[in-house]
Write a protein that binds this ligand. Structure first.
Ligand SMILES: Cc1cc2nc3c(=O)[nH]c(=O)nc-3n(C[C@H](O)[C@H](O)[C@H](O)COP(=O)(O)OP(=O)(O)OC[C@H]3O[C@@H](n4cnc5c(N)ncnc54)[C@H](O)[C@@H]3O)c2cc1C
Ligand code: SF4
Length: 545
């Protein structure tokens, strides 16, 4: 029986002239990839030249190219591109997830900060809030794929500055994105305080030497927005569209996978059941790759329970859906008398407090930036307005920090399904003391800034004495960095996937989105998802040949 789920909702956006959306395709493939984001899109791109028949199934459509792509009100206040699907929290309260269902997945909206995890993140790390467990592979196993992913996604960066940077077998393919003057001043202040600020590695197709011909125009609507001119290195532009140039690759949009059916032994997925604009279709393949994002992939496996897999597909360990992580994140606005006219703010980061330090025996986390906030966007989650300031004025004078501490895996932080088949997200925050320390650290650093050239010492002292910090933990609906729900490992009793990201319990089922993370680290996850997809693609390439 097919349980009705949110998949049955009519898609919010349609793309009626998709030439490839055709019901006449045959239904048997060599590889089916479910989801076209960082994991699925990258894997499909790597397998496309294999000549094997590959089918992408994507529940969303293409993001429409329209002026609203760059409209902060539409994107941030109205949530114009967010799914209208409603999930629930443990209390049964509706949850409107900030996530996006489109070709390219959430990379269409990401800030394109493409970090490697640190070498140490692959081992066990003791945090104030508990243990971050070791991965079943080492940093060295993933390193060649990190380099490949950096080349594929046009990453701009600079090696040798970030003090926690892991060893790399080659330079970044493109030079770092320059700091605008206010960011450069902040960088210099941090350096003066003995810190090691560095350029955020970014996947934008910007050529600062040739601005007239550069694809990217360095605008102020990047982080959180789709790129109207296709200059962001997202999974659609970089992977899915080029993969579709191969005759053996097919994409079906508006195709939401509802469940996976197995053979009578339960060892193989035999059928992929899909809802397409109100109709049900089914497809099969020798290899099935699930890559719906950590929350939806877990939900799909749980929905696919059957006699052989009573707790959910591939769930003999009872681990599917558990260990949900999303990072401990805050956006902090440091408002000063001195304006911040930066257009593209996400160029600067600090990792001096990523690990245990002389100041604290435990890791605190990573400091970087979100895209420049504007008054309109602030209305969506307006902080208390400081006396004498309007939201617009505050936005014009703020440095908008993004702070990340590691979220630790907890079996009770989990994805499950309600009786109606809705996603239920249970989450209790952890490791919060580390995050509070990180916030306090940033506050003290800001108070130690040099005087600004416009306001002199009065500004300098007044600024920091009256500096207005508005800390806001990202709420539960902020699932941008979701990971961990289908962890990989060597022991089938405590993990769902083996080291190749194949389900222990099945012979032809793989998962390549952010679900496989056994720990979350404290840097953005997308490059690790992409690099791992390339690693799994190498394994699959051998298997399908
Ligand atoms: C605003 C924002 C900013 C971000 N900034 C950064 C950043 O700067 N750096 C960084 O590293 N990360 C960033 N992220 C996170 C990053 O985008 C994700 O980590 C990454 O996209 C996750 O990749 P994934 O393959 O796991 O899932 P996704 O990219 O979400 O892809 C999942 C795909 O599966 C599809 N799907 C879901 N369910 C089904 C189904 N049942 N049937 C068929 N298809 C389905 C979805 O439509 C989607 O296309 C950001 C995210 C957001 C939202
Ligand atoms: S033009 Fe550049 S900065 Fe603007 S959205 Fe596109 S990639 Fe981002």
């Amino acid at each position: 029986m097919i349980r009705r789920t949110e998949c049955n909702l009519k898609p919010v956006l349609t793309h009626s002239d998709c030439w490839y959306l055709t019901m006449s395709v045959e239904n048997k493939f060599d590889v089916i990839i479910i989801g076209t984001g960082a994991g699925g899109g990258t894997l499909g791109h790597a397998l496309a030249p294999s000549g094997k028949r590959i089918l992408f199934l994507e529940r969303g459509d293409y993001v429409p190219r329209e002026k609203a792509n760059w409209n902060p009100r539409f994107v941030n206040i109205e949530g114009g591109y967010n799914t209208k699907e409603v999930w629930e929290d443990t209390a049964g309260k509706p949850l409107h997830p900030h996530t996006n269902y489109y070709v390219g997945g959430n990379t269409k909206f990401y800030g394109a900060a493409l970090f490697r995890l640190r070498k140490e993140d692959f081992g066990e790390i003791r945090h104030h809030g508990g243990i971050s467990p070791a991965w079943p592979i080492s940093y060295e196993d993933l390193e060649p794929y990190y380099l490949k992913a950096e080349h594929l996604y046009h990453v701009h960066g600079e090696r040798g500055v970030d003090p926690t940077e892991p060893p790399a077998s080659g330079p970044y393919p493109y030079p770092p994105v320059s700091h605008e003057p206010r960011m450069q001043r902040l960088r210099d202040d941090f350096a003066r305080l003995g810190l090691k600020p560095f350029h955020v590695p970014l996947g934008v197709q910007l050529d600062e030497q040739n601005r007239q011909t550069s694809k990217c125009i360095r605008c102020d609507t990047c982080d959180g927005f789709p790129c109207l001119i296709q200059a962001k290195s997202d999974a659609q532009v970089i992977c899915v569209d080029p993969a579709l140039a191969y005759r053996n690759v097919t994409l079906l949009t508006n195709s939401c996978v509802e469940r996976l059916e197995t053979s009578s032994t339960g060892r193989e997925v035999k059928e992929v059941v899909v809802e397409q604009n109100g109709n049900t279709a089914s497809y099969s393949a020798d290899i099935i790759v699930v890559s719906c994002g950590a929350i939806n992939s877990a939900a799909l496996l749980l929905r696919s329970a059957n006699d052989k897999h009573p707790r959910g597909l591939a769930n003999s360990s009872d681990v599917v859906g558990r260990y949900y992580m999303g990072h401990v994140n805050s956006v902090l606005m440091a408002v000063s008398k001195c304006p911040n006219p930066t257009t593209f703010q996400k160029t600067l980061a600090l990792n001096d407090f990523y690990f245990a330090s002389r100041e604290w025996a435990y890791p605190m986390g990573h400091i970087s930036f979100v895209g420049k906030l504007d008054g309109e966007t602030l209305k969506a989650g307006a902080p208390a307005i400081a006396a004498g300031w309007t939201l617009d004025l505050m936005a014009k004078h703020s440095l908008d920090f993004w702070l990340t501490s590691e979220d630790l895996p907890d079996p009770d932080n989990r994805v499950s399904l309600s009786r109606e088949g809705k996603v239920v997200l249970s989450y209790k925050p952890n490791n919060e003391d580390s995050h509070k320390r990180l916030i306090a650290k940033l506050e003290s650093l800001m108070q130690a800034q040099s005087k600004c050239s416009t306001h002199g010492y009065q500004c300098y002292q007044g600024l920091f004495a009256r500096n207005l910090f508005f800390g806001q933990r990202i709420p539960l609906a902020g699932v941008a960095h979701q990971n961990g729900t289908i962890r990989f490992g060597r022991d089938p009793k405590t993990s769902v996937l083996d080291v190749n990201c194949k389900a222990h319990d099945l012979d032809n089922l793989y998962v390549v989105d952010g679900s496989f993370f056994p720990s979350s680290g404290a840097v953005n996850p997308a490059l690790t998802i992409m690099a791992n997809a390339l690693r799994v693609a190498d394994h699959l390439w051998e298997r399908i040949h």
